[in-house]
Design a protein around this ligand. Structure first.
Ligand code: FAD
Length: 409
């Protein structure tokens, strides 16, 4: 039996652990700072919209446990608001495969229980550097999947791959019941509002502890009129301020929020992420090396929803690499190559797409304008969020974008 330790019970760590338990020959230990009950009774952690390719990985592993309950989102209605109250551009972005958002409090708590039911060992403790060195010395491979936790600091920042050195948006998210839909008879859709220079609002139907809900992800350009939540107000006050700003900028959306209320006392989330890419291997006291995965290595602003999707795909890539390795030792060269392959194939595209959406270069503004006139452009844009490798084929340079838009016109 090969002994694998995983630190962190999130999308990356639990998906990898459950994946290894499904293959013969692995003894899996997960170290989790929180119990399933603590997760369920704690605050929300993400808005976790998952796209088709990541959901397919979960489905193949038998981990898509909420398919029947969670709203299936087939399309995103996008509106560009250049000044308060003005809907300048509108288009619908259709996804080839539906997206889904299951509150990580529901999902990770259940996956953690499942891991124990399937023979994994769980140690409930917050690991520090010394504890990590001890754990790593006792295992064939230790994977650090601590998200944005402090322990991720053991991995050195890769300046050449990190596009920013400060947060580009301040974030506020709220889970709510009672949000109206523009067409209550239509299938659930996500809604995206972009107010250039001010911020973006993403609404997505989701599943939370108390059933279906809507999640609003509020992305504010620091210092703008959207940036009203620095004092982290409790849900009711957060909702009041959100309605106030919506009434000025997006009055049609404010109407839909007239009867809304927070889903529970933990329904609010605040933050500001500095996007970062880190080197994948850290050497600990005593000389043992560990491999990072998920947000521990690649943090994106959630504006394009690359985080949990990237973590899912990183876990899948890591699982395959571990199994392919057979009985050979997990050397630092192997660890470096596992991440390098994943970076080249997937992660770099998500980072580039996210940087573009945060900064909106002129050619991307042209894509939004074209999407309002040509359905294939809107469709390709939506599906690039789901499969960001397509960014390299049509969004990476103005020339590529111009060539594609000319072919559509
Ligand atoms: C506001 C917001 C909205 C988002 N929306 C989306 C979205 O719509 N779509 C999307 O794809 N992504 C989204 N993300 C990003 C997504 O949530 C993360 O990328 C994803 O959860 C990363 O998974 P992970 O497993 O790497 O880390 P995490 O989910 O952070 O899990 C890490 C786990 O490790 C545990 N841990 C940390 N330190 C220790 C320690 N020392 N010892 C033991 N355990 C430890 C933590 O408690 C946690 O359980 C969003 C993020 C934010 C902040």
């Amino acid at each position: 039996m090969r002994r694998i330790a995983i630190v962190g019970a999130g999308q990356a760590g639990l998906q990898l652990g459950l994946g290894l338990l499904a293959v013969d020959g692995y003894e899996v230990t997960v170290v989790s700072g929180r119990t399933p009950d603590a997760m369920r009774s704690g605050p929300v952690m993400s808005t976790q919209a998952m796209f088709g390719p990541a959901l397919r990985v979960e489905r193949a592993a038998g981990l898509d446990l909420w398919a029947g309950e969670a709203p299936s989102v087939h399309a995103v209605d996008a509106v560009l608001v250049p000044e308060p109250g003005l809907r300048a551009l509108e288009f619908t972005m259709t996804l080839d495969e539906p997206a889904q958002s299951v509150d990580q409090r529901v999902k990770m708590a259940r996956w953690l229980e499942l891991l124990e039911e399937r023979g994994g060992r769980v140690e409930y403790r917050e690991l520090d550097r010394a504890g990590l060195a001890e754990l790593a010395a006792a295992h064939d491979l230790t994977v650090v999947a601590v998200g944005r936790g402090e322990l991720a600091g053991i991995f050195e920042r890769d300046a050449a791959r990190s596009p920013f050195d400060a947060p580009q948006r301040r974030l506020a998210a709220l889970y709510a019941h009672g949000v109206g839909a523009p067409d209550p008879t239509a299938a659930p859709r996500a809604r995206m509002h972009a107010v250039p220079g001010v911020g973006e609002l993403y609404l997505q139907p989701a599943l939370t502890l108390s059933g279906p809900c809507d999640i609003l992800l509020w992305e504010s350009v620091p210092g703008s009129a959207f940036d009203r939540f620095g004092d982290r107000p409790p849900g009711a006050e957060q909702l009041r301020r959100m309605r106030e700003v919506m009434a000025e900028y997006l009055p049609w959306e404010a109407e839909l929020w007239a009867g809304a209320e927070p889903t529970d006392p933990g329904a609010s989330l605040y933050g500001a992420l500095t996007p970062v890419v880190r080197r994948p291997v850290a050497r600990l006291d005593g000389g043992v090396a560990v491999l990072g995965i998920g947000d521990a290595l690649v943090v994106n602003d959630p504006i394009t929803g690359q985080g949990a999707n990237g973590a899912a795909r990183a876990a899948d890539a890591c699982l395959r690499a571990i199994v392919e390795r057979g009985d050979a030792p997990f050397t630092t060269e192997w660890m470096t190559q596992v991440f390098e392959d994943f970076w080249q194939r997937h992660a770099r595209h998500g980072v580039a797409l996210t940087a573009d959406l945060l900064t909106m270069p002129a050619h991307l503004q042209g894509v939004f304008a074209a999407a309002a006139e040509h359905e294939p452009v809107a469709r390709r844009l939506a599906n690039t969020y789901a499969e960001p490798a397509d960014h390299a084929a049509w969004l990476a340079t103005p020339e590529l974008t111009d060539a594609y838009l000319a072919s559509v016109r």
